[in-house]
Structures are given as structure tokens and as C-alpha cells.
Design a protein around this ligand. Structure first.
Ligand code: HAM
Length: 438
């Protein structure tokens, strides 16, 4: 017997049912993004590895353990993008976007790749959408971004299950003192740390604060609080952000241990947690990354962004029994008997589709009865039947599959009659917009 192939470990197909969720989420993102002046960007699926190493950080879990890195035929090291911000920043610099009106507002909806341990809500290829605001520093922008995320959650019908976790990790300069304090605090406690944290302690000690392992958590609870070490600028920025969030009615939980797993953040960091699952499967997160553009070779430019996991959002929507409008359902099934009838059907199907009627034809062989059974399986409301008699008469039969009733209609009236039956508002009109050459 020949081998039956399976998907590679940690990846999954997006079947048509899930694509209905994908399409709906994409529409929400596009709509909310446009309303706020964001424009879409797509960066390549792979970049030179250094793009990610330099931005996400050499000591981060993503760079040390989770990247899909390979060499091309010329020996250049490339990596499948594990997140979206690094590529967007690379593009901002490469395309001279600092000459565009600032801030530059960009959004994306793309697949990303991480060699993560596969489990519920954790895949090796996953979809993320994200929003980046580059070129302006003001806590009001952070507040607006969080407000945008909330609006999206509301549109998706799952805002009530999320809790916004908020923290500030201050500017890089103000963190220096604190890192020293943490090093002193953890000195001699290495043996109690998990294997990952034993490595992190030398590479990125801040990450010890939001480790999920029990023993690490206990130690982190007792660690000196970061806020005591932040400079005035960082504290004032954070207080202002909270004032804005209060003003726009966004609830948050202050979480002094929230650090995030990417090294590029400064000041604001936030995550949306599922109230039932906590940090385990954050549905989205982001923060300010004022130093990143400079690290990547550009001029010093402030920025703030946020990204969410589409697969996780869909899982939450399904758990909450949220239904999205399905645009896939067919309106009409066309059944025929004989070659002459088939010719008429081909013309009719084309006219129906061009009128916005979603139509499928049983053009293979098979009795009318078999074709009607098929129509039932496709759950259409109307079937159009064309047999020898109808060809001779220049008519067609429209059958209401739900009621079991039928009527005979002149061939040239079939489209109008069906539009009336289906309802103008339910048609699937294809409206790409007018093109012009100017
Ligand atoms: P992140 O927290 O690493 O942030 O990822 C954002 C979201 O992507 C997560 O909250 C989660 O929903 C989803 N996600 C991450 N890994 C997986 C996985 N293995 N399987 C399924 N979903 C996953 C970032 O990526 C930052 N670039 C966000 C950002 C944008 N910060 C500033 N701008």
C-alpha cells in the first residue's frame, strides 16, 4: 500500500470552514485598520537571519530555539519570519519611509513560523495580524492601539473573555540599574531555576520575571520590583498612558512581572490573556519599541505595535460558539438531461453567476434523480431543471428544494425570476471597482 502523507509536525490545514473565520477576521482587521489610517504591508516570508537576530535579540527564546533557519544555494543564512515587526522595521528603513508623513501606520495579516513545542494553540506555522505605528512617541498612541485591539475583540464577539495585562519596562537606560539589582538578587539562587532560566539568567535576566514555571514564579514574586528603578520619563509616560486608558474606558490589570519575550521593547508592554487560561496562551501582545529602528540601522525613531494570533482567536471564537456569516453557501443548483440541455445549462450558469447568483451545475452524467440528491447535499434552496421537453419549449423548471414546489419559467426569464426569489440583497455581486489608466 502506498504511504498516506500527513502534515508535518505542528502545522495544520486551514479547511474551508476555518477559512470562513479567517475571511471574517481579515475583514474586521481591514475595516478597523482603514478607519484608523493604517495601510497594508506584506514583507517576505523569509529574511536574512540577522534581521531577526538583531531585532528580537540573540538571547531570546525565539532566536535561540524557535527559528526555521536554512542556507540558500550561495550559503546565505535565511530565516522564515517568526514574527512581523522585524520585517516591517527593515522595510521602513529600506524604503525610506521616514520621508513619508509620520507616523507611518501599517498593518499585516500573514503566516509566521516558530519551531515551538506543538500543543493546543501553539503551532509551527500560525497566522498573525499586527499593527505598527512608527515615527511618533506619545502615550496617546499606545492607548489608541490598545483601543483598536479592544474594538477588534468586540467585533469578533470575544472581548468579554480577555483581560488586558499592562506593564512598563522603562527605557533601556533606566533598565540598566535594575538588571544589576536582579543579578544580585538571583546570585546563588541559580539551582532553583528551570533549565531555560538557567540560560536566560546570563542572556536576558528580565525574562526570569515572567517565567511560568512554579519555582521561578515564586522567586520572581520576591524579586525587587522594577518600577522602583525606572526613571522619571518612563514613569511619567506610563502614568499618562493609564490616564488615557481610563478616559476611554479601557480596563487593564497592572502586571509588574510582564516582560514579553522579544528584546526590542521599551516602556509600554501589554498582552491580552484569556481569563480562563492566563498567560499560557496569550491571544495578542505588543508594546513600544523606541530603540529598534536605530538598532536596525535607521535613525532614532519611536514606534509602538501589537500583534495577535489568528489561530488562537478562532479557537476562542469557536469555544464561545461565535458564528460568522458564511458566504460560501450556494444559491442554485442546475440539473440537466442530455447534451442539448447541457448546452443551455452552460449558457444559463454563466448568466446566473454574472448576476451574483452562486451557482453549481451537475454537468457530469447521472439521472435527474441523482442530480437532485446531489442538490440536496449541497443544501441549495433552488434547483433549475432542464430536460429534453424544456429544451424544446425554451423553458426551465425552477424547483424550491425546501418546499418541494416547482414552476415552469421561460428560459429568458429564469435569471430575473431567481433574483426575485433569492432577494437582491442576498446576491454575491462581484464589485472590484472601476479600473482606470490615468
Ligand atoms: P508575540 O507575543 O510573540 O508578539 O506574538 C503575538 C501573538 O502571536 C501571540 O499572542 C499569539 O497569539 C500568537 N502566537 C505566537 N506564537 C504562536 C504559535 N506558536 N502558535 C500560535 N500562535 C502564536 C509578536 O510577535 C510581536 N511582533 C508583537 C508586536 C508587534 N510588538 C510590536 N509590534
Amino acid at each position: 500500500m502506498s504511504q498516506i502523507f500527513q502534515t508535518a509536525k505542528g502545522v495544520h490545514d486551514i479547511l474551508p470552514e476555518d477559512h470562513e473565520f479567517h475571511t471574517f477576521i481579515k475583514k474586521v482587521i481591514r475595516h478597523r485598520g482603514r478607519q484608523a489610517g493604517f495601510r497594508r504591508i506584506s514583507t517576505p516570508i523569509f529574511e536574512y537571519t540577522d534581521v531577526f537576530v538583531r531585532s528580537i535579540g540573540e538571547g531570546s527564546d525565539i532566536v535561540t530555539k524557535e527559528m526555521y533557519t536554512f542556507e540558500d544555494k550561495k550559503g546565505r543564512s535565511l530565516t522564515l519570519k517568526p514574527e512581523g515587526t522585524a520585517g516591517v522595521v527593515r522595510s521602513y528603513i529600506q524604503n525610506g519611509m521616514n520621508q513619508w508623513p509620520q507616523p507611518v501606520l501599517l498593518y499585516y495579516f500573514e503566516p509566521h513560523f516558530r519551531y515551538d513545542r506543538p500543543q493546543k494553540g501553539r503551532y509551527r506555522q500560525f497566522w498573525q495580524f499586527g499593527f505598527e505605528i512608527i515615527g511618533e512617541s506619545d502615550p496617546a498612541l499606545d492607548a489608541q492601539l490598545i483601543q483598536l485591539a479592544n474594538a477588534i475583540h468586540k467585533d469578533l464577539g470575544i472581548a468579554h473573555i480577555f483581560e488586558l495585562q499592562l506593564n512598563t519596562i522603562g527605557t533601556k537606560e533606566s533598565r540598566k540599574d535594575y538588571v544589576g539589582t536582579l543579578q544580585d538578587y538571583y546570585a546563588g539562587k541559580e539551582r532553583s531555576l528551570c533549565e531555560d532560566c538557567k540560560v536566560r539568567i546570563n542572556k536576558n535576566i528580565l525574562r526570569l520575571l515572567d517565567c511560568k514555571e512554579e519555582d521561578c514564579r515564586i522567586l520572581a514574586e520576591l524579586a525587587p520590583p522594577m518600577k522602583d528603578y525606572l526613571d522619571k520619563e518612563s514613569r511619567e509616560f506610563h502614568d499618562e498612558l493609564k490616564e488615557y486608558l481610563d478616559e476611554i474606558g479601557v480596563k487593564y490589570v497592572e502586571n509588574p512581572k510582564l516582560v514579553r519575550g522579544l528584546d526590542y521593547y521599551s516602556k509600554t508592554v501589554f498582552e491580552f490573556w484569556d481569563k480562563n487560561e492566563g498567560a499560557q496562551n496569550a491571544v495578542g501582545g505588543g508594546g513600544r519599541y523606541d530603540g529598534l529602528i536605530e538598532i536596525m540601522g535607521g535613525q532614532s525613531t519611536p514606534a509602538v505595535g501589537y500583534a495577535a494570533g489568528v489561530d488562537r482567536l478562532i479557537a476562542n471564537m469557536k469555544r464561545e460558539k461565535v458564528r460568522v456569516p458564511s458566504k460560501d453557501e450556494l444559491h442554485v443548483f442546475v440539473a440537466q438531461l442530455g447534451r442539448e440541455a447541457k448546452k443551455k445549462c452552460l449558457v444559463l450558469i454563466d448568466r446566473l453567476r454574472n448576476s451574483g447568483i452562486k451557482t453549481m451545475g451537475a454537468l457530469g452524467k447521472g439521472s435527474i434523480n441523482i442530480q437532485l440528491k446531489l442538490a440536496d447535499k449541497f443544501k441549495v434552496t433552488y434547483t433549475v431543471l432542464i430536460g429534453l421537453t424544456e429544451v424544446r419549449e425554451g423553458t426551465a423548471i425552477i424547483r424550491n428544494m425546501k418546499k418541494g414546489t416547482q414552476e415552469k419559467v421561460k428560459m429568458e426569464k429564469v435569471v430575473d425570476r431567481l433574483i426575485k426569489l433569492i432577494g437582491e440583497q442576498n446576491l454575491d455581486k462581484y464589485t472590484p471597482g472601476e479600473v482606470s489608466t490615468q
